[in-house]
Design a protein around this ligand. Structure first.
Ligand SMILES: Nc1nc2c(c(=O)[nH]1)N[C@H]1C(S)=C(S)[C@@H](COP(=O)(O)OP(=O)(O)OC[C@H]3O[C@@H](n4cnc5c(=O)[nH]c(N)nc54)[C@H](O)[C@@H]3O)O[C@H]1N2
Ligand SMILES: Nc1nc2c(c(=O)[nH]1)N[C@H]1C(S)=C(S)[C@@H](COP(=O)(O)OP(=O)(O)OC[C@H]3O[C@@H](n4cnc5c(=O)[nH]c(N)nc54)[C@H](O)[C@@H]3O)O[C@H]1N2
Ligand SMILES: [Mo]
Length: 755
């Protein structure tokens, strides 16, 4: 890492040679290249393993290399030759490791041994699996289930996730927060309420048929690069892409396909968006209201032929109130709140009106706001107006994050009991499942601060680093009785421990999972509700690793009273038996799961909203008339900025591969605050200057990060940006989506202080 950030103009477009270089650099750093290409060749292929990076769909007819720069990095990061052994831990106290960066912690490589935290020496020491399981079981038996949390980060397979959720309920709680609580929970709540489906309605084929795509706050080039291929093809056949994003992200402006030799040689880029609008952070409710206003006006002008009135009459409710709301909202306010001009919004509206089939695509730019629900509701309004839900080539497409985050919810990792077939579970396993609502991520944080959480098990992830307000929560964390982390690599969450604490190393998805009945397949669900079998072939990073399934079973056996229907040994020996349980629990979606899991392109578990069957309270699709135009509840004030926390092209969430944000041209550092030149001048700052960001949450807590370098960047006035997770201590816990409690990490109110 160098001290001086270079801010170059970006390294070509998304894709192209730059992306190959990104992969090669990671190969070089992370492993001897031997076998690396073979492993990558199996990625996202039938009979191979499913990428551990994002949840983008896996096509029926994959490319020779069906992976992208960042998928390859994620795999290679898991296959590293570096090992984080008991010797490493003998050499460093846990307190010392707290001063290390996220990158340096994970860079130590794969965890190799089960470890117990030794309070006296403040070190992790090796232990046996049996010792770990019985100590954890003893602690859980002594703990109150209602004060115990089972967290999951969205990677673990459907099999492990099903068993983990079952374990929680057999033990006696629904405290099953998931990384989804910080991510697309807004989607799960909003889409469920509005169209009766907690997930998106599109499938991959739709991208071959649509005439227009409207993109809101999703950074395809970095976070779901395999999407660039269908996107490029769609543009080439005339589909128009309109993007709303405060930042001009490469990948949505132009793309060079590394799988096309001619394009690589000529360097010729495919332009992606025909229009790229840069709203203020939190400006989307207003922007979409503007689009809707235009559509309503066009409909009036063209004699009612623009809006699909028949669809609305037959399928929707709430249209009149929404219509009245749009009429009552002035263009002046729309321009002010969105930061966009009426002319630009109307131009985008024209693309919408001219398209027969429209897909609305979105990501964290809509979900991670105080009024994230209304962001999504406005996109649903827009799509419903011309009947774009429940039709081929059209629909709503939340681009999901972790590779199996959607699937974990599907098979029962949910704090909301109404989402789980509890009666069915009661009958299958002869027990009385807890019926009270469990804690989600924000509730867990509140519980920690109130001293009401005693035990935490983390099935992957880096909870303490991913949440808001971590400076407040870290000290509370250490008051717990028990903390257990199941992980592949060391991270900051492992450095804050309860009285009894274990760090348990597990297999990665690309590794062979050998059990009593032979090598095991696991399954995952992608963003399009397709289920894929995944078979790891690599030799495990250490002979002491266990699979996630075996670890969950190991703890459960030592915790729960015997029950003849609950057969942890059989389930661990053969995951096909677990798939039979999933199929029995969710027969409509998962029937014959074992037979279907290797279908090319995955098997579809279906979505009623796609068939225009609305499983909502009213039985109809719901229009919404939002009472606000800004997605934040913090008013504009002099000196107050809206901070966007971002991912770079060289990270996967809290996993920091390196310090190159190639696509944004920021190199060598992550300690930056990006702001536009006029804002820099107005604030009396200069480029390159060090400043502090101070949280402006209007409560008694001081939140501050020092030493950030001011980097001029193309952003709207008053919107600034910096990297997640470094800036998380600036985010107040109470700043979250009102309905889903998804932390609002995209328009965080902050002030700037010059050093
Ligand atoms: N390589 C890589 N891949 C990943 C991840 C990773 O970290 N690295 N993370 C995975 C996970 S868990 C997730 S959830 C996804 C996340 O993928 P995305 O949904 O793309 O999430 P972000 O990178 O947080 O940023 C989203 C975009 O929203 C824009 N934005 C910010 N505020 C606003 C706003 O108010 N309005 C609008 N319209 N746009 C806004 C930002 O400029 C940014 O381009 O990616 C997954 N894939
Ligand atoms: N400010 C801000 N905060 C955010 C966000 C943001 O945009 N801005 N985004 C939010 C989002 S969308 C998300 S999803 C969360 C992410 O929150 P998490 O999902 O909790 O975090 P990750 O960084 O994905 O977790 C990385 C760790 O997972 C472990 N791991 C990796 N692979 C495996 C595996 O196969 N098995 C197991 N058991 N462990 C594994 C490794 O130890 C690694 O250190 O962060 C949220 N926080
Ligand atoms: Mo996520």
């Amino acid at each position: 890492m160098t001290d001086q950030p270079e801010h170059t103009d970006y390294d070509g477009s998304a894709g192209g040679w730059g992306s190959l270089r990104g992969i090669v650099e990671t190969v070089g750093r992370e492993m001897s290249a031997v076998g690396a290409l073979d492993t990558l060749r199996q990625q996202n292929k039938t009979g191979g393993f499913m990428c551990v990076s994002c949840a983008w769909g896996k096509p029926k007819h994959p490319h020779a290399f069906e992976f992208c720069e960042n998928g390859a990095k994620a795999t290679l990061w898991e296959l590293t030759t570096h090992r984080c052994t008991p010797d490493f831990f003998a050499g460093h106290t846990v307190r010392e490791l707290r001063s290390w960066t996220d990158h340096d912690l994970e860079q130590q490589g794969r965890l190799t041994h089960p470890l117990r935290y030794d309070v006296a020496s403040d070190r992790y020491v090796p232990c046996t699996w049996q010792d770990a399981f019985s100590a954890i079981g003893t602690a859980l038996k002594a703990s109150e289930p209602k004060k115990t949390v089972f967290y999951a980060s969205g990677r673990a397979s459907l099999e492990t996730s099903y068993l983990y959720a079952l374990f929680a309920r057999l033990y006696g709680h629904n405290n099953l927060p998931d990384s989804s609580n910080m991510c697309h929970e807004t989607t799960s709540v909003a889409l469920n309420e509005l169209i009766g489906s907690p997930v998106g309605t599109c499938v991959l084929d739709d991208f071959e048929k649509c005439d227009a795509m409207f993109f809101f706050g999703q950074n395809t080039g970095t976070n779901s690069p395999r999407f660039l291929h269908p996107l490029q093809k769609a543009v080439e056949r005339g589909c128009r892409v309109v993007t709303f994003n405060p930042i001009r992200e490469k990948g949505l402006t132009s793309f060079i396909n590394p799988q096309r030799p001619l394009q690589m040689l000529t360097g010729q880029e495919t332009p992606i968006s025909c229009q790229y609008l840069q709203p203020r952070a939190g400006g989307d409710i207003a922007a979409i209201m503007g689009l809707c206003k235009f559509v309503l006006a066009e409909d009036a002008r063209q004699g009612g032929t623009v809006i699909d009135h028949a669809f609305i009459a037959q399928h929707c409710t709430g249209f009149e109130a929404f219509h009245a709301k749009a009429d009552a909202t002035s263009w002046e306010r729309i321009e002010q709140e969105s930061g966009l001009s009426r002319a630009d919004i109307e131009e985008a509206g024209r693309v919408y009106v001219e398209a027969e089939r429209v897909i609305g695509v979105y990501g964290m730019g809509l979900t991670q706001h105080v009024h994230g629900f209304e962001n999504i509701a406005m996109l649903v309004n827009l799509l419903l107006m011309r009947g774009h839900i429940g039709r081929d080539g059209a629909g709503i497409c939340p681009v999901r994050g972790h590779s199996n985050v959607q699937g974990q919810r599907t098979v029962g990792i949910a704090e909301k009991p109404e989402l789980v077939p509890l009666d069915k579970l009661a009958e299958m396993f002869d027990f009385d499942p807890p019926r009270t609502e469990g804690m989600n991520t924000v509730a867990v944080c509140e519980g920690l601060l109130a001293g009401e959480v005693q035990a935490f098990i983390g099935l992957g992830g880096n909870f303490l680093r991913a949440i808001p307000d971590q400076t407040r929560i870290e000290p509370a964390w250490e008051k717990m009785q028990l903390t257990v982390q199941i992980a592949t690599k060391l991270n900051r969450s492992h450095l804050f421990n309860g009285r009894v604490a274990y760090l348990l190393p597990c297999l990665g998805r690309s590794e062979e999972d050998m059990q009593a009945s032979g090598p095991q397949t696991v399954t995952i669900e992608d963003s399009f509700s397709h289920i894929h079998g995944s078979l790891g072939h690599r030799e495990p990073a250490s002979e002491h690793l266990l699979s996630e399934t075996a670890i969950v079973a190991g703890i459960a056996k030592e915790t729960l009273a015997p029950n003849s229907r609950v057969r942890w040994n059989d389930w661990t020996a053969n995951y096909a038996v677990v798939r039979d349980l999933i199929a029995e629990t969710y027969p409509e979606q998962f029937h014959e799961m074992n037979e279907r899991m290797f279908e090319p392109g995955g098997f579809y578990r279906g979505n009623p909203a796609r068939e225009r069957e609305w499983k909502t309270e009213s039985g109809r699709a719901q229009f919404t008339a939002p009472s606000m135009l800004a997605a934040t509840d913090v008013e504009d004030a002099p000196g107050r900025y809206r901070l966007i926390t971002l991912r770079s092209n060289d990270q996967f969430n809290t996993t920091i591969y390196g310090y190159s944000d190639r696509l944004r041209g920021i190199e060598g550092t992550r300690d930056v605050v990006l702001m536009n030149a006029a804002d820099i001048e107005r604030a009396g700052l200069v480029a390159g200057q060090r400043v502090s960001l101070v949280g402006d949450a209007n409560d008694d807590h001081v939140r501050r990060i020092d030493g950030l370098e001011v980097v001029p960047f193309d952003l709207p006035d008053g919107s600034i940006a910096g990297y997640y997770p470094e800036l998380n201590p600036l985010i107040a816990l109470q700043h979250h989506d009102r309905k889903s409690k998804t932390p609002a990490v995209k328009a965080v109110p902050v002030r700037i202080e010059a050093a």
